[in-house]
Design a protein around this ligand. Structure first.
Ligand code: BES
Ligand code: MN
Ligand code: ZN
Length: 512
């Protein structure tokens, strides 16, 4: 993990391998952003024109490296684009700072220590920069090469290691708000990066049992009670959905319950995550080209796990229960067939028309189980449908809910923490498409609006009168394109920041 400290040092006096400054897009060319005054001075006030000569414009995400003049204690100055100069009396918004810090941290892969001299007006700005830098300085290298060469910041394959140390300038290390901001950023990003690791871990190593073991160990470390239902307990309990999905695999399914409690908690929040450690589609096998990234199908469970641990680390005054519905969806002689009927934990029967619509089956059981404790709200998170990716693209998750106000709150919270999301409806006329001649419901309905059909299926398993929302993160959970901002290739940690902020809001009594 990359280390982060708040430093009182001036930009011109701190020793580091690189100094990060912001550059904005002004009306007449690039403009050096606040926080870098001392750096500009070392360039005799000519930093902007030096950058312009090198082709910099100040566009978002743009990175320009300049050799440092003799007045500085770093060999390199890295200017990162911040986009347009803010309007008068306005400052850079949090997501702009987060992305710029992330882009800078990524560009400094292979460096040991960097000082960040980006614009900081308030503790929130320091928090956003810290978050972006720590998320940007992520790399999944566990499966690359043998011996690390830490001295030269390289892994065993000679690939460069992530930036090891970040000093944040312009913050006030002795100020309570700044200290809390840094601590929150560190705890949150460590858990997001851990969730990314889980998503990126290949499915031959991450399967229900090994995921449950990771959760058990983390629970011990952070004072979270962890209960694991193995295949025997699931059979005894009648969890037909989770068992039906997992029965084709050599790796048996698990349901993991994580309970974080706080003595002053007034509210109970339940989080439910889809944890398909590999989704081959089962007997309704996915074609080649659609299964190479399906290790990501446990991203919802990883998000829930990370959010519960983050809530515990931050000591939030709310009870948070996480439910991880873990199974591997494989075809075999023992697998569920299209046409089989499963009896769910709720007692409802489901005709499985397509074994690739497995997420709703494991989630159905977990939602019913979570409902038994009558929480104030349930939020489930799942890489549930390709239809949601069709609708919203690769960066935006869909939010469905049985409560319009709750859906709006989650959308606003997501926006505030810099996660792209959009409210989606649950049109009741789509329910009849799931009518089954044989069972109470089928696991598939109309193809059109497939993401909403899946949401309607889940709703059937939520306890009467319980506020519930469903986040379909199939688009943003796994990033296949080029890295940007603080988003790497592979697992992204989608929805974690939203869940943690939701828990904080619930603790503060700001919701329902
Ligand atoms: N895990 C997939 C959904 C998915 C697609 C996640 C793309 C991430 C990226 C899910 O289990 C699935 O296969 N859904 C089917 C449902 C259909 C058979 C009703 C789908 O979306 O095609
Ligand atoms: Mn599937
Ligand atoms: Zn799936």
């Amino acid at each position: 993990m990359t280390a982060l400290t708040l430093s009182t040092a001036g930009a011109a006096t701190l020793r580091a391998d690189a100094l990060v400054v912001g550059v904005a897009k002004g009306a007449k060319g690039p403009v050096v952003a606040p926080g870098a005054e001392a750096v500009d001075k070392a360039f005799n006030g000519k930093l902007a024109s030096v950058l312009e000569t090198l082709g910099a414009t100040g566009a978002e995400g743009e990175v320009t490296k300049v050799p440092a003049p003799s007045g500085l204690k770093t060999p390199v100055v890295l200017a990162v684009g911040l986009g347009p100069v803010p309007e008068k009396d306005e400052t850079y918004d949090a997501e702009t700072l987060r992305r710029a810090a992330g882009a800078a941290a990524r560009a400094l892969t292979g460096s040991k220590k960097a000082a960040f001299a980006l614009p900081v007006e308030a503790a929130e700005d320091a928090e956003a920069i810290a978050e972006g830098a720590l998320l940007g300085a992520y790399a999944f290298t566990a499966y690359q090469g043998g011996e690390k060469d830490a001295k030269n910041s390289r892994n065993g394959n000679g690939a460069k290691l992530p930036l090891a140390e970040i000093a944040l300038l312009g913050a006030k290390p002795r100020d309570k708000a700044y200290k809390a901001a840094a601590e929150r950023a560190i705890a949150l990003t460590e858990e997001i990066n851990r969730a990314r690791d889980l998503v990126n871990t290949p499915p031959n190593d991450l399967y229900p049992e090994s995921f449950a073991a990771v959760a058990t160990a983390a629970g011990k470390e952070h004072g979270i009670k962890v209960q694991v239902f193995d295949e025997k307990a699931l059979a005894k309990g009648g969890f037909g959905g989770i068992l039906g999905v997992g029965q084709g695999s050599q790796n048996p399914p698990r349901l993991v319950k994580l309970s974080y409690t706080h003595s002053k908690a007034a509210k109970n929040l339940a989080l439910v995550g889809k944890g398909i450690t590999y989704d081959s589609g089962g007997i309704s096998l996915k074609p080649a080209g659609h299964n190479e990234t399906m290790k990501c199908d446990m991203s919802g469970a990883a998000a829930v796990f990370a959010a519960v641990v983050a809530a515990a680390r931050l000591g939030l005054a709310v009870n948070v229960t996480g439910w991880l519905a873990l199974a591997e969806n494989m075809p075999s002689g023992s697998a569920t067939r299209p046409g089989d009927v499963l009896r769910m934990y709720s007692g409802k029967t489901v005709e499985v028309l397509n074994t690739d619509a497995e997420g709703r089956l494991v989630l159905g059981d977990a939602l019913t189980k979570a409902s038994e404790e009558n929480p104030d709200a349930i939020v489930d998170v799942a890489t549930l449908t390709g239809a949601m990716v069709m609708a919203l693209g690769n960066r935006t998750f869909g939010i469905m809910s049985n409560d319009d106000a709750f859906r709006t709150s989650i959308h606003e919270i997501a926006e505030e923490v810099g996660e792209q999301s959009w409210p989606m409806p649950l049109p009741s006329e789509l329910r009849k498409g799931m009518d089954s001649p044989t069972a109470d419901i089928a696991n598939m309905g109309e193809r059109m609006g497939g993401g909403l059909v899946a949401g309607l299926f889940l709703q059937e398993f939520v306890g009467e009168g319980i506020t519930w929302a469903h986040l379909d993160i199939a688009g943003p959970a796994f990033h296949e394109g080029a890295p940007y901002g603080y988003t790497p290739k592979g697992g992204t940690g989608s929805a974690i920041r939203t869940l943690v902020k939701l828990a904080e809001r619930t603790a503060a009594g700001d919701l329902g």
